[in-house]
Design a protein around this ligand. Structure first.
Ligand SMILES: Nc1ncnc2c1ncn2[C@@H]1O[C@H](COP(=O)(O)OP(=O)(O)OP(=O)(O)O)[C@@H](O)[C@H]1O
Ligand SMILES: [Mg+2]
Length: 329
């Protein structure tokens, strides 16, 4: 299994639960494991009954397991501060307030959230060296997937910008008769350097996601969840990302055969509907079903987590990463 494992799926299907169960399974198998959550609701803290922060923290009672929680709102704010800082270093003070205004507006755009979160994911992947496995309780979808197309786009942009700059420097040199100063300025051009850095960042992200990551989708036996799963599989395959397997969660438990009465009849009906949906999942979706997890009577935590982990037919054995981080060279 690849070093990075993602569990995606619609809201509330059980991504955090399954991620924590799988992470625990990896740690129990002797792998140094980090589970990364992006839930604003801090569900990882609920699962392990422990507070986590933006930094990996050892999970009490589980050897080899660390957890961290990324708060998407904090990420957007930090991301904007970073951009503001970089820009203020490069433009006149008069421009700074205009830029602030523009950034505030950018903050409100739907892509800002995903973009900031994606940056943070990639940073976690880059800094994953102490771990054999990093488990993310979400998977890139929609606009995040589109970010993976950025390297080609940036490449084009960098080329054109560099070409323009080179031309204007040549003209300047001709006018200034051999003054080499502008050439040196271009070599250290902060705008070009930044674009280049971003391009390499997204290249690393694409390589890490394609070569070093496995994606699983969690689903529930209901129509909306199946629709969402179909869309996610399609969206990912458009970006050359294959879904390794599907986890069916919250299946209805069957009553004992001797049980009669309204409750038992209700459960049997539900079990029949679930089975029909699961049969469709097997028939219509290409990725294999790697787990069928029944609904428990209470939240999945403590000993229940190990039970759920045992039901996951997802390998734990580790493979080292192959994608090269340009920043690490
Ligand atoms: N098999 C199960 N049996 C009983 N409860 C479950 C099961 N799976 C998940 N739950 C419960 O359902 C709720 C939602 O699960 P979870 O937080 O894992 O979903 P999620 O996909 O991460 O949600 P979100 O999209 O909000 O992040 C939690 O209270 C969790 O304990
Ligand atoms: Mg969650």
């Amino acid at each position: 299994m690849e070093p990075f494992v993602f569990f995606g799926g619609k809201g509330g299907v059980g991504k955090t639960t399954v991620s924590c169960a799988y992470a625990q399974k990896c740690a129990d198998a002797g792998l140094e494991t980090l589970v990364v959550s992006t839930d604003p609701a801090h569900s990882t803290s609920d699962v392990f009954d422990q507070e986590f922060t933006d930094e990996p923290t050892p999970v009490t009672g589980i050897d080899g397991l660390h957890a961290m929680e990324i708060d998407p709102d904090d990420e957007v704010a930090a991301h904007l501060d970073d951009i503001r800082q970089r820009l203020s270093d490069q433009v006149s003070p008069a421009m700074v307030s205009e830029i602030d205004r523009q950034l505030e507006m950018a903050h409100q755009t739907p892509g800002a959230y995903e973009s900031a979160l994606f940056d943070r994911f990639v940073e976690v992947m880059r800094a994953s060296e102490p771990y054999d496995r990093v488990v993310f309780d979400t998977a890139p979808t929609g606009s995040t997937l589109r970010l993976l197309g950025l390297p080609e786009f940036l490449e084009d942009w960098i080329e054109r910008l560099a070409h323009k700059r080179r031309r204007s420097i040549d003209l300047f040199e001709k006018a200034a008769i051999g003054n080499r100063e502008p050439r040196r300025v271009m070599d250290g051009d902060p705008v070009l350097a930044r674009l280049q850095e971003r391009k390499e960042f997204f290249e690393f992200a694409g390589a890490a996601l394609r070569e070093d990551a496995a994606f699983f989708l969690v689903l529930n036996p209901d129509q909306l969840s199946l629709n969402e799963t179909a869309r996610a599989i399609e969206g990912m395959s458009e970006r050359d990302l294959a879904v390794r397997g599907l986890v069916a969660n919250k299946l209805t438990p069957e009553p004992d055969p001797d049980e009669e009465g309204r409750g038992a009849r209700y459960l049997r009906d539900r079990v029949a509907t679930d089975r029909e949906r699961i049969a469709r999942v097997r028939e219509e979706f290409a990725p294999p079903l790697v787990a069928e997890i029944e609904t428990r009577t209470s939240e999945v935590k403590g000993d229940l987590l190990a039970d759920v982990a045992a039901e996951l037919d997802v390998e734990t054995a580790a493979e080292p990463p192959t994608a090269v981080d340009p920043a690490a060279e």
